[in-house]
Write a protein that binds this ligand. Structure first.
Ligand code: NAD
Length: 375
């Protein structure tokens, strides 16, 4: 089969969906790989490196012409894909709830869009999970961005001129990004605490040397949603959480929020009044800013200063580590394609009824088919 890798066109996107390493591996499986000129530039991957790996380099039209599989970080504009083979796969993070018109476009063009962010959380799919790979990097980078914007040091320092206190860092939402944020802040010497609605995270927080901050006294609280994700919390729980957090947040120097609920707007965890309670010069990083934000006043793509507190709302922080983010994203895509590679067909095949295929297939046979998108 022919696999096409396009240059990402979205504003601020630095990543690329294949690296020379994965190009080489795809060719070893029997694929032909075409890469658009400049596709890897944002991740410091030169066209010559792709060519050395065996890729054909060309303009978008030539790259897509006759392609059976198109790889993207974000979903490419369907208008770019008119030359692709009938029924071609478009494998990317499609933002299924946000980019509906684009999905309809893939459907109308007879393309099969596969959403990598819908990968089920099963052992078999762990190596294909872009949410995990990118969240890990985002959690790390969030702490570095906070440290950079914070006018004080993270570690305690005892100097001849006096002692510098350790920064107090509070991580809200302890999934993949939150755990990495805790570990990174600890490595920098901060005093770290963290909270989540899922009880299982308490031990994980402790094992990283941070202090768990948990709502205890609400009867019948249920933090666990489905598939290892969080659910939406009851009003009673939210009120108890807000009270607990209010007391705690006023004493924090840095807050990193990462809380997400799949298919729903991000839960609001920090109010403007809570921001105001923090000391001037404190820093908040809202990793959920693109899903509506955990922090009141956070703006995607901006650093907003409220009550002397900087609220950082950089979208998709993994983009600020373009080389690693591309390397991991590309391996996730490769692991997916190679796991389904059918030697006889000489290409990957997603059998009907396969848990992974059913979870990620958005369009087929001319229309949107995913159960979460058709009502
Ligand atoms: P996520 O990005 O969906 O959410 C981030 C965190 O925010 C979660 O821990 C969630 O519980 C928390 N959260 C949601 N609402 C909150 C609220 N109101 N207050 C505080 N916290 C709130 O989560 P994630 O990073 O994708 O990870 C979720 C879980 O799935 C983790 O346990 C992770 O280890 C697991 N996981 C499993 C696999 C796999 O088995 N293949 C892959 C990835 C992640």
């Amino acid at each position: 089969p022919k696999i096409a890798v396009l240059r990402e066109r979205a504003e601020g996107e630095t990543r690329v969906a294949a690296t020379p390493e994965t190009v080489k591996k795809l060719i070893a499986l029997g694929a032909r790989v075409a890469v658009e000129t400049g596709a890897g530039a944002g991740a410091t991957l030169a066209d010559t490196a792709y060519a050395e790996a065996g890729a054909e380099i060309g303009e978008a039209g030539a790259v897509v012409a006759g392609a059976d599989i198109v790889l993207g970080v974000q979903g490419p504009d369907p208008a770019l894909l008119t030359g692709a083979a009938p029924g071609a796969w478009v494998v990317a993070a499609h933002d299924p709830f946000g980019a509906r018109a684009r999905l309809d476009g893939y459907g109308a063009a007879g393309l099969e869009a596969l959403a990598m962010e819908f990968m089920p959380r099963i052992t078999r799919a762990q190596s294909m999970d872009i949410l995990s790979s990118q969240s890990n990097l985002a959690g790390y980078k969030a702490v570095l961005e906070a440290a950079n914007a914070y006018g004080r040091a993270f570690p305690m320092m005892m100097t001849a001129a006096g002692t510098v206190a350790a920064a107090r860092v509070f991580v809200m939402g302890v999934g993949v990004a939150g755990l990495q944020a805790i570990a990174t802040a600890r490595r920098l010497g901060a005093q770290v605490s963290a909270t989540d609605v899922r009880a299982a995270t308490r031990e994980q927080i402790q094992s990283l040397g941070a202090k768990p901050i948990f709502v205890e006294q609400v009867a019948g609280i249920e933090g666990e949603g489905t598939g290892g994700y969080a659910g939406e919390m009851s009003p009673e729980y939210q009120a108890a959480q807000a009270e607990l957090v209010s007391g705690h947040i006023a004493k924090q120097d840095v807050v990193i929020t990462t809380a997400l609920i799949p298919g729903r707007p991000a839960p609001r965890l920090v109010s403007d009044a809570q921001v105001a309670s923090m000391r001037a010069g404190s820093v908040i990083v809202d990793l959920a800013v693109e899903q509506g934000g955990n922090v009141e006043g956070a703006v995607a793509g901006e650093v907003v200063v409220r009550h002397g507190v900087s609220i950082i709302g950089y979208p998709a922080l993994a983009r600020r580590l373009p080389a690693d983010a591309s390397a991991l994203f590309s391996r996730n895509l490769f692991n997916f394609l190679s796991a389904f590679w059918d030697k006889e067909a000489g290409r990957p095949v997603l059998p009907d009824g396969d848990e992974i295929g059913d979870a990620i297939r958005l369009t087929r046979g001319g229309r949107v088919v995913h159960p979460r998108l058709v009502s």
